[in-house]
Design a protein around this ligand. Structure first.
Ligand SMILES: *[C@@H]1O[C@H](CO)[C@@H](O)[C@H](O)[C@H]1NC(C)=O
Ligand SMILES: *[C@@H]1O[C@H](CO)[C@@H](O)[C@H](O)[C@H]1NC(C)=O
Ligand SMILES: *[C@@H]1O[C@H](CO)[C@@H](O)[C@H](O)[C@H]1NC(C)=O
Ligand SMILES: *[C@@H]1O[C@H](CO)[C@@H](O)[C@H](O)[C@H]1NC(C)=O
Length: 253
């Protein structure tokens, strides 16, 4: 009798662990350096928005779910000076504003200095994105959205700027099909300042995208690092993370 009871208790525990795992809300992070993270904690204050939390996991370079900590893209955005980005502030804001959300899983996939054409179907970055996305949900959880922050490099030439909208629509459509989620929500951060001559064309392209469940989040006004100008500061990364979290909760998808 006692043995049966403890067997039941253990099965119940295993089942609930299993279902907690199944319920994990997974977010795919992709794009360029601003999504990867380039901010530095110069004075070592670690603002609370970046604090690790046992409820925030990351799918690391070895395809294991581990407690998330910056730099999230270590071993993924290889050969670049990875730092603090919007991923953990996004997750911390979700936990704060939606206490019922459960465990959050971040899947870092961004690569600095990439053009959108580096992400088209069949390229190495695209293939990695599909493989990591699939593997992350197979290891427990449901993909809730992709967060996309890219465009700076395509703002350098007129041709890439003109092709941007069509390429982005195709990329999103291909990605959704290849992970078997045709309605996957995608949150696109709209490029703000930037150095490229054609940044306004990229902004228009991003805001003009005509696919269902694609939501744009304006990056305007987010703080950049004073001495570098092309990358978000710690405050800027927090700002973008919170804007993405609020857009996700508001969209209620
Ligand atoms: C430390 O960094 C934070 C965040 O970047 C900033 O707000 C603060 O002013 C800095 N403090 C000092 C003493 O530099
Ligand atoms: C991408 O853009 C950045 C910043 O504008 C620039 O430094 C870099 O050289 C560009 N990458 C390529 C491959 O042109
Ligand atoms: C990814 O998952 C989808 C849906 O399960 C599947 O159809 C596809 O073959 C997988 N692709 C890879 C590369 O694992
Ligand atoms: C990063 O974001 C900032 C703020 O929106 C923007 O000024 C900058 O151009 C972006 N840099 C890249 C490389 O996308």
């Amino acid at each position: 009798m006692g043995e049966n009871l403890s067997f039941l208790a253990i099965s119940f525990l295993l089942l609930s662990l299993l279902s907690a795992n199944e319920d994990k809300s997974i977010f795919i992070l992709a794009g360029q350096s601003n999504m990867s993270g380039r901010a530095r904690d110069y004075n070592n204050t670690k603002p609370p928005e970046f604090h690790p939390n046992p409820q925030i996991l990351m799918f690391d370079a070895n395809q294991r779910w581990v407690t998330a900590k910056d730099p999230l893209h270590l071993g993924i955005d290889v050969g670049r000076p990875v730092g603090f980005g919007p991923g953990i502030p996004f997750a911390n804001a979700l936990l704060e504003w939606d206490p019922c959300i459960g465990t959050i899983g971040l899947v870092p996939c961004a690569h600095g200095e990439t053009f959108l054409s580096d992400w088209s179907k069949g390229t190495p970055h695209y293939n990695q994105l599909v493989i990591r996305s699939n593997a992350s949900s197979e290891a427990g959880g449901r993909i809730r959205a992709m967060l996309w922050y890219q465009g700076e490099n395509d703002s350098l030439t007129l041709q890439n700027a003109q092709l941007y909208r069509g390429r982005l629509e195709k990329f999103i459509t291909d990605f959704r099909a290849d992970i078997g989620m045709p309605d996957l929500p995608v949150f696109v951060v709209v490029l703000a300042s930037g150095l490229g001559k054609y940044k306004d064309k990229i902004r228009e392209a991003q805001m003009g995208i005509k696919l269902r469940n694609v939501i744009t989040v304006d990056g305007k006004g987010a703080e950049v690092k004073p001495l570098d100008v092309v990358h978000l500061s710690l405050a800027g990364a927090i700002d973008i993370g919170k804007r993405l979290a609020s857009a996700f909760l508001y969209a209620n998808l």
